[in-house]
Design a protein around this ligand. Sequence first.
Ligand SMILES: [Zn+2]
Length: 267
Amino acid sequence: MPAPRRYVTDAIVLSRFDLGEADRVLTLITPGHGKLKAIAKGIRRPSSRLGGSLEPFAELSVALARGRTFDVVTEVRVGHAWLRLRDTLEGAATAWYLAELADRSLEERHVAEPQYALLHRAYGLLDAGMAPGRVARWYEMRLADELGQRPEVDRCAECDRVLDPGGQFRWVPPLGGVLCERCPGPAAAHTGLGLEALKVLKAYQRLDIEAIAALRLPDAVEREVEAAMREFMRTALERDPRSLAFLDEVRTRPARRPAPAPQLTAQ
Ligand SMILES: [Zn+2]
C-alpha cells in the first residue's frame, strides 16, 4: 500500500533556510517519521497563512503533503510554545545547540520517538527556568545513551578496572570515556579529569533531573564537565556543532545588551 499523500504529525523545527523569493525549507524532528525536510511555500509573503507559526522552540502540529524533493507544509498549528525559553539569550542559544545535536545525530526518515521526547523535555526544562548548562549536560548524556555511546565513567575504558577515587583520570572520548592512570591510551590523550568532575558526570547518568537541578557545584567544576561533554559529543557526532560559537558569545556579553535572536540556519 502506498504511503498516504497527506499526513499530520507533531514536529519541532530544528533548522531552516530560505529558498527562492518566498519559500523556506525546514528540518523537522517528528516522533514517527524521524527527521525530515519540508518546504513551506510562500511563507515569507505577508499574506502567507503559515506565517509566524512555523517557528522553532515550539511543538507544532504540521500537515504535510508528500512531494518529490521535500514534503510540502499545508497547515500548521502551534501545539505548545515554550515562550519563556527565549527570555534569555543563553536559553535561546542553548535551545539552538540542543536542536543542532538532534539534527546531527539523526538520519532522515528513521523513527525518532526517544530523541523527540528528549528534546521536548529539554525545552520544557529550559522554559521552566532550569540553568541552561544543566539542561544541556543532561540532554547530552541522554542523547549519547540513545546513540548507544553512553560515556564510561565507572570503569577504565581501556582495562575495565573499576576507577579508584584516589587515582588520576584522563578523559578520552575516542575510547568512550575515562582512562585510569595505568593505561597509556592514545599518545595525544592528556586531558586530565578531576575527581569532582568525574563525580558530576556520574551524577548526570544516575540522578533524575530534579536532583541534578539541585546540585551545588563550583563554577570550575561545571566548566570542566561542560568541556568534557562537549568534547564527547563532538567525537560521537564527528563534527563541531556550529551553534556553540554563538552560545559562547552570548555568555560573554553583558546580560542586558540587546542582541539579535539566533537564526536557525542550515548549511
Ligand atoms: Zn585502565
